[in-house]
Design a binder for this molecule. Structure first.
Ligand code: GLN
Length: 367
């Protein structure tokens, strides 16, 4: 298996640039998406199953992918959500006490096209300089003109609503129904580890579809409201923004993560924008402006909240700032029980520095 001759594959970027590699396994095919990169050195299974990555072709900067296999406990949703994988060395051989199977088998089960043997350093440098853009990965190496035509039809991430593609169709419950607190969570692409983190703080959660109304959530009689992470541009998520406005109007406890944070900002009249390149990795430095302390955080976003508008908004306070580029990493409403962060306190993968934010949400509920 290891020494089998592999099918040639290409990565064609929207600006016409081509990179070369080989298809992982025996898979043939073509997959479109926005190309982005993640710098985490571990956590590939969690990353591939994170609904926030829906519609994205993932370049992993770590030199080896697959080397520690897979485990059923390390998924963030029920299936792989990335549109395709681009890596340097794909490990067909894996080793770890806890692994239950190979990454190759996991990709096969999810029917995901992956390309290895790519000069990922050159590719990442290129995307870093030229910005996130659409791309296609394919084993159709002789059909470049055809692929270019199809690629031109792929919608831009800017303005794209994707939450509806990954959200639950029906409401469901998570945790112990006898728990002390009740939380209503809007699923605009929720990661499992967020549910685990909230539930482990003595809360019972009802998870609602992306287009649910305030009244739907209110009927559960929750003590607190939560807006999840998720894929795509926050701008078209009008229903979620309206829901946030209703919760804020009543000053009910509200917490938002990543896409949820962007929705809360928009509900406050603050615009969001697509970044030249997003933040995707597990060692992003953030400063908590309330405590002055630094946090190493897990991040995964391609949009951000407008900083000047956040500063100028009398209702809002910037609570956290990203130390690499000074973008807004956290917001709170000055006179309301509402706060949000652009990063991932639930980690998975990533450090646990920020898990105190879940405690803060429960404290706000107790108030
Ligand atoms: N992880 C997330 O929730 C991502 C939010 C949004 N889709 C972005 O790319 O910025």
């Amino acid at each position: 298996m290891k020494y089998q001759k592999r099918q040639k594959a290409i990565i064609l970027l929207a600006d016409g640039t081509i990179f070369y590699g080989k298809a992982v396994g025996n898979k043939q095919g073509t997959s479109f998406g926005e190309v982005c990169f993640n710098t985490g050195m571990t956590g590939y299974q969690e990353i591939f199953t994170d609904p926030s990555y829906f519609g994205q072709l993932m370049v992993t900067t770590n030199a080896h992918i697959g080397n520690y296999g897979t485990n059923a406990d390390e998924v963030e949703s029920d299936s792989i959500k990335i549109a395709g994988l681009i890596c340097k060395n794909f490990s067909y051989v894996y080793s770890r006490v806890d692994s239950e199977g190979s990454l190759e088998a996991f990709l096969d089960k999810n029917n995901l096209l992956a390309i290895s043997d790519v000069d990922t350093r050159a590719l990442v440098s290129y995307i870093r300089d030229h910005g996130a853009m659409n791309a296609v990965i394919s084993t159709e190496v002789d059909n470049i003109e055809g692929l270019k035509k199809q690629l031109a039809e792929v919608p831009n991430m800017e303005g794209l609503e994707l939450a509806s593609k990954v959200s639950t169709k029906e409401p469901y419950y998570f945790g112990d129904e006898n728990a002390t607190y009740k939380v209503a969570a809007l699923d605009i692409g929720i990661k499992k580890n967020i549910l685990r983190n909230i539930a482990s703080r003595d809360a019972y959660i009802k998870v609602f579809p992306y287009n649910s109304k305030f009244e739907d959530l209110e009927a559960f009689k929750p003590d607190g409201y939560f807006l999840s992470n998720g894929p795509g541009d926050p701008e078209p998520l009008v229903e979620a923004q309206d829901l946030a406005k209703e919760v804020i109007k009543r000053d009910l406890p509200l917490f938002g993560i990543c896409l949820g944070h962007q929705v809360i900002a928009r509900a406050n009249g603050v615009s969001t924008y697509k970044m030249h390149n997003g933040h995707r990795g597990i060692n992003h430095p953030v400063k908590n402006l309330e405590t002055g302390k630094g946090e190493i955080t897990s991040q995964n976003h391609g949009f951000a909240v407008n900083r000047e508008e956040s500063e100028a908004n009398p209702e809002l306070q910037i609570t956290h700032v990203h130390l690499n580029d000074h973008t807004v990493a956290g917001l709170a409403m000055k006179n309301k029980n509402c706060f949000s962060v652009q990063y991932h306190p639930e980690a998975s993968p990533g450090p646990h520095d920020s898990s105190y934010l879940f405690d803060q949400f429960i404290e706000n509920i107790k108030k």
